[in-house]
Design a protein around this ligand. Structure first.
Ligand SMILES: [Cu+2]
Length: 157
């Protein structure tokens, strides 16, 4: 009886060794929207994209709570040191790799963020990829100092 159980266990581990570990899954995590202190200026959206089993492109980020959403990269002029931003049409997400959208690098900007995410402290965003996968994300919303949005504080008391 014992011997039989051992045989089954050995067969299972042989199967696991035959594969190359878990297949990576395309994911968006650690998403945070930082509200601009000036309402007419865009808010900064940061997150990490985890590549799936194949190379894809991130084509678009959108939100029902923002008027305009753009993907940007940052460029530094080697002569003057001046920092400028340029819009990105798409961003390559290599298989199994992580692409960070963060301060000082690639990032997303949102104009006209409405009151819903400011009151809830959470914003919904949709990520569209070249393999036609859409990922819905609920991102934390914060003020520049990292605290909850002022509108949420006012409601929570
Ligand atoms: Cu920007």
């Amino acid at each position: 009886m014992n011997r039989r159980i051992f045989t089954v266990a050995a067969a299972t581990s042989a199967l696991l060794l035959g594969s190359c570990g878990p297949t990576p899954q395309l994911k968006v995590k650690e998403a945070v929207l930082t509200l601009s202190p000036v309402d007419s200026n865009p808010s900064a959206f940061h997150f990490n994209v985890y590549g799936g089993p194949e190379d894809v492109y991130l084509l678009r980020v959108s939100s029902p709570s923002a008027i305009r959403v753009e993907m940007h990269d940052v460029a530094v002029d080697p002569k003057t040191g001046a920092v400028s931003m340029m819009p990105l049409q798409r961003v390559r997400i290599p298989a199994g790799e992580t692409v960070a959208f963060k301060k000082g690098g690639k990032h997303v900007m949102m104009w006209g963020v409405n009151l819903i995410p400011r009151r809830l402290g959470v914003i919904e965003a949709e990520f569209l990829f070249s393999n036609n996968v859409r990922i819905l994300v609920k991102a934390r919303v914060q003020e520049v100092d990292g605290t909850d949005p002022d509108e949420k504080k006012a409601i929570d008391g």
